[in-house]
Design a protein around this ligand. Structure first.
Ligand SMILES: [Zn+2]
Length: 285
């Protein structure tokens, strides 16, 4: 099947009481592993690319590979651009076959964020592309984007007014989570998801999921989160599998890259399979 529509996947998840995993991939191997995990579990899946990954691998090869994998997959596969404050890269993704983009305007003052988000929505919607919007910053630096300080925070009514006025499809609010590994226990804002869902039917996206407990994920999904981003967990599984393989290669004196790729892929399929189980999206296709 062709690359899936992100908004349709997330709306189906919210209606069904589960969340779609959106996994930040870093290369072809991780893309293949994430799709394999989704097929094994019969779950729809969103492949996410950071701006850094787009710049490193090239938009055209990434889009080609996502489309190739989606065509051959027995489950829906969407392609999403994660945190992007750069309008030129947004346009590249919209024109390059991405299903959705996160326009990250959290570094702008509210008026500029509002005006530019409306422009991005008009540009994306004309191409059938879904827009996730972030005007409050989610703390933590991810692939060179973001800040460790809370710089912009608004009330839920303000977030919803801006979302409605701009045509935003998916909302990424501050929910007490952070990108990267937690240094202290986060204060999670399930109440904000409930407040948003009581006032609006806009789907809510959870960032900074790595390190949350199964109960935390369950409460966020019950409150109405429909898309959960996973980045750090994949990076950790990837690098730890490489390390384990390389230590063994050194011990036995055998250096075979393809064997390492197989080991990394297996670790990623297991890791993503565990998240699919936590988010309840398995067995829905
Ligand atoms: Zn994020």
């Amino acid at each position: 099947m062709p690359v899936a529509n992100t908004l349709e996947l997330v709306r189906a998840a919210q209606a069904g009481g589960y969340a779609i995993p959106a996994v930040n991939i870093v290369d072809e191997l991780s893309m293949r592993a994430v799709v394999e995990a989704a097929e094994e579990a019969r779950s729809a899946i969103i492949l996410q690319t950071s701006v850094k990954t787009v710049k490193a691998s090239g938009a055209e090869p990434l889009s080609f590979l996502a489309s190739h994998l989606a065509d051959r997959s027995s489950v829906p596969v969407a392609l999403h651009l994660d945190h992007c404050p750069d309008r030129a890269v947004i346009t590249t993704a919209i024109e390059g076959g991405w299903s959705s983009v996160l326009f990250d305007a959290s570094d702008r003052p509210l008026d500029a964020a509002r005006a530019e988000t409306a422009e991005v929505c008009a540009e994306a919607h004309a191409a059938g592309v879904t827009v996730e919007s972030e005007i409050e910053n989610i703390v933590g630096v991810e692939d060179g984007v973001g800040s460790d300080e809370l710089t912009h925070s608004y009330s839920v009514p303000t977030l919803l007014e801006v979302a409605q006025e701009t045509g935003t499809d998916l909302l990424a609010p501050q929910l007490g989570t952070a990108h990267g590994l937690y240094k202290a226990d986060p204060v999670l804002r399930f109440d904000r998801v409930r407040e948003i869902r009581a006032l609006s039917d806009i789907p809510v996206v959870l960032h900074g999921g790595t390190g949350l407990s199964p109960a935390d994920f369950g409460e966020f999904i019950a409150a109405g989160v429909g898309k959960i981003n996973i980045s750090t967990a994949l990076k950790l599984a990837y690098m730890k599998a490489c390390k384990a393989h390389l230590e063994e290669a050194e011990r036995v004196g055998k250096w075979e890259p393809v064997k390492m790729f197989d080991q990394v892929k297996l670790a990623l399929v297991t890791e993503i399979g565990a998240h699919i189980a936590l988010f309840g999206s398995g067995g829905k296709i």
